[in-house]
Design a protein around this ligand. Structure first.
Ligand SMILES: [Zn+2]
Ligand SMILES: [Zn+2]
Length: 811
């Protein structure tokens, strides 16, 4: 066996291997290999923000461990990496950076700025993914803004339209006035803030009715007043008309059994639309819809003299006017929850608009069914998806009024208004740039108006399971579909996991993925969610520059159980580094003692060899079970604890004397170490990929193509699991450890011989157990003579009642 060099620079080693793996194609997926089972990882294409924070480290480490483990189990692993380029964040960033609004430039020029902008972030993020040692097959890299990708997204749009899952219609939607676009339920965040509750006077027959509202600017769009049918205060008014303040419009007062009589005055405005409840009420009571807010978030002519004002301006102006007219009876602060745009935090408005929708609510039952069928790591995460799917009452609004996204492949006939969709072979197409082929199917006109909308970014990214597999171009794409595993953060189950599921169900009537692996959030050391503004934020370069990635990967794997939130702790990373030093030193020592190892020379294992082999196989069994269940914490703890606290601390110490000796007993120790070290490296390889490869390549590899990461994961050899060998070995090891500790306490150097070691035992069994290790005990404690005695006495051995010892220094 070759020996390891004396010094190692972890950072240099990691970088070297990252280059070598790519050069050698270690992680290439083989499209043509049918001999191995396939395993496809639906790597979520991240939005490249430029940051790769510790949350990303956790995320990527999880699915990389899974990929590496499956590869070692003999799978042909498909592990791609894409970048989700489109969408608001990039547009907002470009607008800020160039101090422009997107409408200042022609769409294609603005798009170009976005494309350039995102590339710099992709480069940064890719560097971080490589630096983390993720075993991506980079020949599969893609960007969702590429024409070939957009073609597939548009094709799926046409197919879903064909199947009746996509329609255009006027429905209430969430709208961000700042971003000037529709947004989906999943993009609405709930934000708590202090607003104001205004008490406003409405006219009613014989007096007034006070209504408390947080949105007085909606008075011009107030279409009814709701009161509880059993509310004695207002019963007499049901069926009568009220007069709105300032606008003097007559509106009906209706009985509404879900009015909260305890809120405000117990009477409420129904407006189009103050919120989602209004949407339900308008449909339920067949009320008219007044469009109060335009596409720029300003008041329409329905607001009369307030037309053109923003929502906030209109509120202030109306409150002033109400006050002046004596119609404002009270105003007080109110803690409220408002829906805000996920990207810019602007409060969203609910407006009725003509948009493209996907009929997702029709698929809720199927989503629930699939969520129950597939495997979840951890299991309870399935309810996140089920609860979200069943909470949705609106279809998915697909169209966005933005630029940097996949265009809707449609035109409209200028003469009759008929929708004209692109043909599949015209794709990808931007209808704003290209004229359609052919004529209007209804009236024969060839005069068309382009659809100016683009699609929700989630419509790009929720097709990855099929696209990764090679749909629609590879005839054999179903070999990789459904994806074997979909990994994601628990915070994006409602978006990523959900949209993937509905989309693939609608297109292929099949689950998108067979299993889902979920990671929790990373908390700062103060226990709060890591955030730049809280000062508890740690960026990955800071960690990588100091520790490389093998150490933080250990933090990610062992920091907490899968799916739970885990705090980032520098101590855990430091512990990981110390483990690596220990592993390196142990392997280096062993490699030097194994220089003359001859595998063909026979040797019978000694009792202490049987002991470590049994413990090892038990560890292999435990680690394998944990890995199978994506329980990375227990998989890494089992492997690290064995290596550090059993193999290094005890076994290597106990067999040192044999390694420095000669003959069969030396060969047995060498053979045991040779076997055990390789298996330990393999158990650690998915978690600590660089260092294990470095050691393996020197000590075990047969040729440069032989990588630990393509070696076979060990199967536990049950024949080696030997409870009796473990029982006797545990006792021998405990005695050795305690005698050495006692020598230390007595101030006797460990390597100074002692005249005699008397060991007292209380049973025949323990006596024979100890006899098996008499020589190991004598050699490691430097006892010139050992006397085994039946009966009590001496310093008690920890964890082994009935066993004691006495050290005699002089003869
Ligand atoms: Zn916004
Ligand atoms: Zn027409």
């Amino acid at each position: 066996m070759k020996t390891l060099q004396s010094k190692i620079d972890f950072l240099e080693t990691e970088e070297r291997w990252e280059c070598l793996w790519e050069e050698r194609g270690t992680y290439r997926y083989d499209w043509d290999d049918d001999s191995r089972p396939r395993y496809s990882i639906d790597t979520p294409p991240p939005y490249p923000s430029g940051d790769f924070h510790m949350g990303n480290v956790l995320n990527w480490t999880y699915f990389d461990i899974r990929a590496r483990y499956k590869r070692m189990r003999g799978y042909n692993v498909h592990f791609p990496q894409g970048w989700d380029c489109h969408g608001l964040p990039t547009e907002v960033a470009v607008e800020k950076a160039y101090k422009i609004r997107r409408s200042d430039l022609p769409p294609d020029e603005f798009r170009k700025l976005c494309e350039e902008w995102i590339e710099q972030y992709i480069a940064k993020m890719k560097t971080a993914v490589v630096r983390l040692g993720v075993s991506i097959d980079w020949s599969l890299e893609y960007r969702t803004m590429e024409p070939s990708y957009m073609r597939k997204v548009q094709l799926s749009f046409l197919q879903l339209y064909e199947k009746g899952f996509i329609y255009k219609g006027e429905h209430p939607i969430n709208y961000c006035p700042r971003c000037e676009t529709a947004i989906a339920d999943a993009e609405v965040e709930r934000l708590s803030r202090t607003g104001k509750l205004y008490s406003v006077s409405f006219g009613v027959p014989g007096g007034e009715l006070i209504i408390a509202t947080t949105r007085p600017e909606y008075i011009p769009a107030c279409v009814a007043i709701g009161v509880h049918p059993e509310d004695e205060r207002y019963r007499r008014l049901i069926g009568k008309k009220a007069t709105t303040p300032l606008f003097k419009k007559k509106i009906p007062i209706i009985a509404k059994d879900d009015v909260d009589t305890g809120f405000g005055t117990g009477a409420m405005m129904i407006c189009t639309y103050g919120d989602k409840v209004d949407v339900v009420d308008v449909a339920r009571f067949k009320l008219p819809v007044i469009k109060l807010i335009d596409a720029k978030g300003n008041m329409t002519e329905a607001a009369g003299k307030y037309m053109g004002l923003s929502v906030t301006e209109a509120r202030e102006a109306m409150v002033d006017d109400l006050r002046a007219a004596g119609l404002l009876r009270d105003e007080k602060p109110l803690e409220q929850e408002v829906g805000t745009c996920w990207r810019c935090d602007t409060p969203i408005e609910v407006v009725s608009q003509l948009q493209w929708f996907m009929r997702t609510t029709a698929l809720t039952d199927k989503v629930v069914e699939k969520a129950k069928e597939i495997t979840w790591y951890p299991d309870w995460m399935r309810y996140r998806l089920i609860d979200w799917a069943t909470s949705l009452d609106w279809d998915w609004v697909l169209s966005r009024q933005r630029v940097f996204a996949t265009p809707v492949p449609a035109w409209y006939c200028k003469r009759c208004g008929e929708i004209h969709l692109a043909e599949p072979d015209e794709l990808p197409v931007d209808p704003k740039v290209t004229k359609p082929r052919g004529r209007c199917a209804r009236c024969g006109s060839s005069d068309f108006e382009p659809d100016r909308d683009v699609m929700d970014t989630w419509f790009d990214s929720s097709l990855t399971c099929a696209i990764h597999a090679g749909w629609p171009d590879r005839p054999d794409w179903r070999k990789l579909f459904p994806a074997s595993i979909h990994p994601s953060g628990q915070d994006i189950i409602r978006t990523w996991a959900y949209y993937l599921m509905v989309r693939h169900l609608a297109l292929f009537d099949e689950t998108a993925y067979d299993s889902a692996l979920t990671n929790g959030m990373v908390l700062g050391s103060d226990g709060r969610a890591m955030h730049k503004s809280l000062g508890n934020f740690v960026a990955s370069p800071e960690v990588f520059d100091k520790y490389g990635s093998d150490a933080p990967r250990q933090w990610a794997a062992a920091g907490g159980s899968t799916g739970t939130d885990i705090p980032f702790r520098w101590e855990d990373v430091e512990y990981g580094r110390r483990f690596m030093v220990k592993l390196w030193n142990a392997c280096r020592f062993a490699s030097m003692r194994l220089e003359d190892y001859d595998p063909s020379a026979g040797a019978e294992p000694e009792p202490i060899d049987k002991w470590i082999l049994s413990k090892l196989e038990r560890t292999v069994r435990d680690a394998t079970k944990a890995m199978e269940g994506c329980d990375f914490m227990n998989a890494s703890e089992a492997a690290r604890n064995f290596t550090w606290h059993v193999f290094c601390d005890h076994y290597l110490e106990a067999v040192k004397h044999r390694l420095y000796g000669e003959g069969s007993t030396k060969r047995a120790a060498q053979r045991t170490i040779h076997y055990a070290m390789k298996r330990q490296l393999q158990l650690l390889a998915p978690i600590i990929p660089h260092l294990t490869e470095e050691i393996y390549s020197t000590l075990y590899a047969e040729g440069p193509k032989d990588s630990i990461h393509t070696s076979r994961w060990p199967d536990a050899d049950e024949a080696l699991i030997d409870p009796e060998a473990e029982r006797s070995g545990d006792l021998i090891i405990a005695v050795i450890g305690d005698v050495r500790r006692e020598k230390n306490r007595l101030g006797i150097p460990l390597n100074r011989p002692v005249a005699k070691l008397i060991i007292n035992v209380d049973s025949e069994e323990k006596l024979s157990d100890l006899m098996l290790g008499e020589r190991d005990i004598a050699e490691t404690t430097k006892a010139e003579e050992i006397e085994l005695v039946r009966g009590a006495g001496g310093v008690e051995v920890e964890g082994h009642p009935g066993v004691g010892f006495t050290i005699e220094t002089a003869a």
